[in-house]
Ligand binder design. Structure first.
Ligand code: PLP
Length: 385
């Protein structure tokens, strides 16, 4: 099987599992316990926090461990907006982009339904980009938070986060970015990005599912969503997933060590694959920005098919990919990301996303390129749509 669905999830790396193993077995203490087992777990957690802080160029106290990207996004959007509204009730608007992951979008909609917020949606252009001008035009004195993702999970377009964050910072508005897909491929230095909050998820970069991080800058006020024992300095109660935190820290450090070379290598393979698909499939359309995109994502529409039928045909040929984001899979609605980019609904329904792990090979992508041409031709010849 050729697995080209790494943006959905990745296997746990051996080094990561080895780092986690002691905390799943003999060294199983609760970091809040006042005995040696507990202290050992607390030390491991503190080390993981320092290591993540090193990867993000921030202080350990600014790192909150969560149960994944979804929780990190919820905590950022709801936690920062609600804290600002509590301090100043006139702060009752949030700005998100039109291509956010549902974890951000639905968090903003929750604020609208239950807390009297208005959600301002900043549009994207045909390649999925938000411009600083478009963002600026929506910023108001009442804006409590801006949340714009670093890298899009469906088409791979990268936002110019530093410029967008600077536009918000100029007006004293906190800026959150969902960096779940960027992690492992792009620099995550929070100071250089100029962000106040940033979300990560372990399972996209070789750590297990169910662990994530929210970076929250210094004095940014944050209303917790989970109440209980006051772990994570009162910002996220619940017994910490020590092994998950250790694994996520190890995965981030491993990715950072080889990031540049991996990104350059996979970008070159991606571009060869894109050329092969565009040459081999008549009327194929590359979606997203042609250059400002994740090294690991190549996404297309194949008019005259349905994404789902191409997907099934590809799987029959041994290539596994996705017809949209995994989270939206199973729904018949065309992708909101693609329609926000101005792609007509009937074309958006033909979308297929290929996403690569750092270990993808030229041989795999070569074979996949041929399989795509054959699969699309097969589906079209059946008039299957
Ligand atoms: N944000 C983005 C951009 C994602 O791609 C995903 C997962 O697909 C998430 C958030 C959610 O992360 P998790 O699966 O860890 O909850």
């Amino acid at each position: 099987m050729i697995f080209l669905d790494a943006a959905a999830t990745t296997p746990v790396r051996r080094e990561v599992l080895e780092a986690m193993w002691p905390f799943l077995t003999g060294d199983f203490g609760n970091p809040s316990s006042h005995h040696t087992l507990g202290e050992s777990a607390a030390t491991a957690l503190a080390d993981a926090r320092s290591s993540v802080a090193g990867s993000l160029g921030c202080r350990p106290g600014e790192v909150i461990f969560t149960s994944g990207g979804t929780e990190a996004d919820n905590l950022a959007v709801k936690g920062i907006a609600l804290a600002r509204q509590a301090a100043d009730p006139s702060r009752n608007r949030v700005v998100i982009s039109a291509v956010e992951h549902p974890a951000v979008e639905e968090s903003a909609r929750y604020l609208e339904r239950f807390h009297g917020f208005t959600v301002d949606v900043v549009p994207v252009d045909g390649q999925g980009l938000v411009t600083p001008q478009a963002l600026r035009s929506l910023l108001r004195p009442e804006t409590a938070l801006v949340s714009i993702m670093y890298a899009n999970n469906e088409v791979g377009t990268l936002q110019s986060i530093a410029d967008l964050a600077a536009a918000a910072a100029g007006l004293g508005i906190p800026f959150h970015t969902d960096a779940v897909q960027a992690a492992g491929w792009l620099p995550l230095d929070t100071a250089a990005l100029g962000v106040d909050a940033l979300s990560l998820s372990g399972h996209k970069l070789g750590a297990p599912k169910g662990c994530g991080v929210l970076y929250v800058k210094g004095r940014t006020r944050l209303e917790p969503l989970l109440h209980g024992g006051g772990q994570e300095r009162g910002r996220r109660s619940g017994t910490e997933n020590v092994a998950g935190a250790v694994g996520l820290a190890a995965a981030l450090a491993l990715a950072a060590a080889s990031q540049r070379e991996q990104a350059a290598r996979v970008t070159a393979l991606r571009d060869t694959f894109i050329r092969a698909v565009l040459a081999g499939v008549p009327n194929a359309v590359l979606t997203g920005h042609p250059e400002q995109r994740l090294p690991s994502v190549a996404s297309f529409c194949f008019p005259g098919t349905s994404g789902e039928s191409v997907l099934l045909e590809l799987e029959r040929q041994g290539v596994v990919c996705s017809s949209g984001s995994a989270c939206a899979a199973g729904s018949d609605e065309p992708s909101a990301v693609l329609t926000a980019m101005g792609i007509p609904r009937e074309v958006a329904q033909t979308a297929v996303r290929f996403s690569f792990s750092p270990t993808v090979t030229a041989g795999e992508l070569d074979a996949a390129g041929r399989a795509v041409a054959a699969a699309v031709a097969g589906v079209r010849s059946l008039g299957a749509g």
